[in-house]
Design a protein around this ligand. Structure first.
Ligand code: TXA
Ligand code: MG
Length: 332
């Protein structure tokens, strides 16, 4: 067990906040908030520090990390090329929940990129993340701050529960407003592949692309090679088993699992079951924001089976369904 510095109020506890940034400078690992999920950050130029991130997460070395930057100007420090379309996407959606895969520059170690010749780049919008990046001045390599395979933390409490005693510091930034990870895209010629659906929807991306551009969504990618390396690993699984269910079939599912400790994540279903833990969301945005937190709350209550209502795969709904499917072991 390591002594972890908890910065519960970075706006007021300036000394603690500065100390956490000093830990980053000294090659430490610091959990910090972003608008999507909490990240497990280290100096992207420090191989030793980056190795610690893989170790702490228990992450396979061939699953690359995202490099977080303060601004578009810093992209040239980590990538050898920024195509006009990639630039357009950054200009339109950054700072924000979008990650673009670019050809990596020599500055970035293969440890960060899992041996690939490309680097994932993102400019987060969270106020505290920006303060950290602004003060640190270097790129921060950061995966989500969960142990490999588990749901990502989206609140300070979740981040502390997951990482206290494993990292040098954890910085509070409140509840993440997006709640699901960034959208990861890769551009090849006149084709944009969505490797992971996330905070920016496919519809939004399509609107800004030059005419003639083709968008290939995550599920439409045939070749395994094209996928994000991370997509082949188990993901987002709480302690409880997750079962996806259409609104009409939820009551039937509840009766099938009679006698088990059930948790229900509801969206459109107008049912009022007794004896189960119920979390209800009234919009897709709220569902996305609260999904991992509801996994966490239900695990805390000892729920054995989570029945989660399916949503329409529109807008952020695509990312919600992607995470639910992965949490449920791809069983529809
Ligand atoms: O919202 C987010 O993106 C959060 C916050 C902390 O920024 N980060 C995050 O990182 O979700 P992580 O490591 O949990 O997921 C990164 C995903 C993985 O699926 C990884 O395989 C993929 O991005 N990725 C990273 N570098 C890549 C590359 N060069 N080519 C293709 N996929 C890459
Ligand atoms: Mg992750």
């Amino acid at each position: 067990m390591k002594k972890t510095l908890l910065v519960s109020n970075p706006e007021i506890e300036k000394e603690k906040f500065d100390l956490a940034i000093q830990y980053l400078k000294d090659g430490g690992v610091v959990v910090f908030p972003t608008e999507t999920v909490y990240g497990l950050g280290a100096n992207a130029f420090d191989e030793k520090a980056v190795r610690k991130v893989f170790e702490i997460k228990g992450r396979p070395p061939d699953n690359p990390l995202i490099v977080h930057l303060y601004s578009i100007d810093m992209i040239e420090d980590v990538a050898r090329e920024l195509s006009p379309t990639a630039r357009l996407l950054f200009e339109r959606f950054s700072p924000g929940p979008l990650t673009v895969i670019l050809p990596k520059s020599r500055n970035i170690s293969g440890i960060v990129t899992g041996g690939l010749d490309t680097v994932a780049v993102r400019i987060p919008s969270h106020k505290i993340a920006r303060e950290i990046l602004g003060a640190f001045k270097l790129p921060i390599a950061a995966p989500s701050a969960n142990i490999s395979g588990r749901p990502s933390p989206t609140t300070f409490e979740m981040a502390v529960s997951e990482m206290n005693g494993r990292v040098d510091a954890i910085i509070n930034g409140g509840d993440c407003i997006v709640g699901l990870e960034s959208t990861v895209v890769k551009i090849e010629g006149e084709e944009l592949q969505i490797l992971r659906p996330g905070g920016i929807s496919e519809e939004e991306i399509k609107k800004v692309l030059p005419e003639g551009f083709k968008v290939i969504s995550a599920t439409g990618i045939k070749s395994k090679r094209a996928e994000s390396p991370g997509m082949k690993y188990t993901h987002y699984k709480p302690e409880a088993d997750v079962i996806l269910c259409e609104k009409e079939k939820i009551e039937k599912a509840i009766s099938n699992f009679k006698g088990r400790r059930l948790g229900l994540i509801l969206y459109r279903a107008e049912i009022n079951p007794e004896g189960s833990e119920v979390i209800r969301f009234d919009s897709l945005e709220a569902y996305a924001r609260g999904l991992y937190k509801s996994f966490y709350e239900m695990d805390k209550k000892g729920v054995e089976i989570i029945i989660a209502e399916k949503v329409e795969e529109k807008g952020i709904g695509k990312a919600i369904m992607n995470r639910l499917l992965k949490a449920g072991g791809e069983k529809r």
